[in-house]
Write a protein that binds this ligand. Structure first.
Ligand SMILES: Nc1ncnc2c1ncn2[C@@H]1O[C@H](COP(=O)(O)OP(=O)(O)O)[C@@H](O)[C@H]1O
Ligand SMILES: [Mg+2]
Length: 449
């Protein structure tokens, strides 16, 4: 392959743009600072050299970048100005012209020794959350996919710009696993599996903030329970810590994925509890996930109470009949023993029903995923009457079992097979198939991934 030409200062592109300097090279093409002779303004030119393209995907991404930038209108995203192709006789170039942002990238600033204070980081963070929320709320949403310190410019006027829309996903062809783009360390796990989620941008943004706070690349940190173990190196607390932790959740399903919510929380417009509840609710109605202060996932269930109301009527009727029966016998001089024996199972059933009702209203099942152990707990009035735990190593698999009642009524339970025991989840919780599918998926991801 011929050596790719590097444009020199003073050269003209399209008889209009005079090259001033080379700005940078990333995954695609080269970016130059140039002077637009027609407007007298400085512009950023991104050039893709035809012979440099080894995969048609690159051209597709470049065209998407042009389309996206042209469609976006935001004060903190460079304006799209023009695009064209040129042929200088032996080479074909694709060119994108955009507003030039006078400033330095966050990477450049940190590498040249700049350290940001917590409140500076918070300002940058808020500004970017606003921009990210803007792109995510477009129809269809724009997912940047490559937020990192190299693609953020701190302008000389103090404003924070998001650049490089060269990795945006095609919203129509969602989940096109064939093009993996992104930057190691800033890219969350699901992105490697080709999933295209707004939550991935949130992870990348949080990782970028950690870079600003510590001056260390995410890849330099250890992982603890699959999470970036950064706490020892920063001195942050309160809301910003809560938000960063929620955005760095390795599981995109529980990660805080709503930029607007995060911003509202940071600015005090939204009041979430410090830990937990600050996440997208799962797609199911009855399963709730919270984050405990230790960073564990705590799953609880919202029971269907209706069946218990029915049970109350039934129990009242049942027990009244029994009591009526006994009081009638009471008028006899002596009650034969066999009557007691005969009645025992009926009393048993009556008591069981009362127990079920109490459990229905006051009992709780919680599942705790600690990172190496699954704990299951059944409590009533805060008192644990049944609990078990199984370590992730011992979990062989999970399975949803369908149970058919005598009247053809179907209920489901989820079984988690440990080496010596099986944990049954969902019994008497009124969970439907959808809830259990979600739970199964969640547990498997946590345990096997
Ligand atoms: N509009 C712009 N204004 C100023 N500098 C820019 C602009 N766009 C890009 N740059 C600089 O050029 C570099 C490469 O551009 P980028 O769009 O990120 O291309 P790549 O896809 O090759 O990473 C960026 O890291 C940034 O330093
Ligand atoms: Mg870039």
């Amino acid at each position: 392959m011929a050596e790719i030409k590097k444009w020199q200062t003073g050269e003209f592109i399209n008889n209009r743009y005079e090259i001033i300097s080379f700005l940078g090279k990333g995954g695609m093409g080269k970016t130059y600072l140039a002077l637009d002779k027609e407007t007298g303004k400085r512009v950023a030119l991104k050039l893709l050299t035809f012979s440099d393209i080894d995969d048609w995907k690159v051209l597709e991404l470049f065209e998407r970048e042009i389309k996206t930038l042209a469609a976006i209108d935001h004060p903190l995203i460079p304006d799209y100005l023009d695009n064209f192709r040129i042929d200088d006789g032996n080479e074909l170039y694709f060119v994108l012209v955009q507003e030039y942002i006078e400033g330095k990238t966050l990477l450049n600033l940190v590498k040249t020794g700049k350290r940001f204070t917590n409140s500076e980081v918070e300002e940058i963070f808020k500004s970017l959350l606003e921009t990210v929320s803007y792109i995510h709320e477009l129809h269809p949403p724009v997912i940047h996919r490559d937020i990192n310190p190299k693609n953020i410019i701190l302008a000389d006027n103090g404003k924070v710009f998001l650049v490089d829309f060269g990795a945006v996903a095609d919203p129509v062809k969602s989940n096109n696993a064939s093009t993996i783009v992104g930057t190691i360390g800033y890219m969350p796990q699901e992105q490697l599996y080709g999933k295209i989620k707004p939550a991935s941008d949130m992870y990348a943004l949080a990782a970028t903030m950690i870079f600003l706070l510590t001056g260390k690349e995410p890849s330099e940190f250890d992982l603890k329970n699959m999470r970036l173990d950064y706490h020892a190196e920063v001195d942050i607390s309160g809301k910003i810590k809560t938000i960063l932790d929620r955005m760095l959740d390795p599981d995109y399903k529980t990660r805080l994925s709503d930029a607007k919510k995060a911003l509202d929380f940071l600015e005090g417009r939204e009041n979430f509890q410090e830990a937990g509840s600050l996440q997208d609710s799962p797609d199911t109605e009855h399963v709730m996930i919270n984050q405990t202060s230790e960073g564990y996932k705590e799953i609880s269930f919202k029971k269907k109470k209706a069946i218990y109301f029915f049970l109350i009527f039934f129990a009242i009727a049942w027990n009244s009949i029994l009591i009526g029966f006994i009081t009638n016998f009471g008028e006899m001089e002596e009650i034969p023993v066999f009557i007691y024996l005969f009645m025992t199972p009926f009393f048993g059933a009556g008591i069981f029903m009362i127990g079920m009702i109490l459990y229905g209203f006051f009992g709780n099942v919680t599942l705790l995923l600690t990172g190496d152990e699954l704990r299951y707990k059944n409590t009533i009035f805060g008192f644990t009457f049944k609990s078990s735990s199984v370590s992730y190593h011992d979990i062989k698999g999970t399975k949803i079992i369908e149970e058919r009642g005598s009247k053809g009524h179907v209920s489901y339970i989820l079984k988690v097979f440990g080496s010596g025991q099986t944990i049954k989840i969902g019994q008497f919780q009124g969970l439907d198939r959808n809830d259990l599918d979600y739970l199964k998926d969640l547990i498997e991801k946590e345990v096997f991934c």
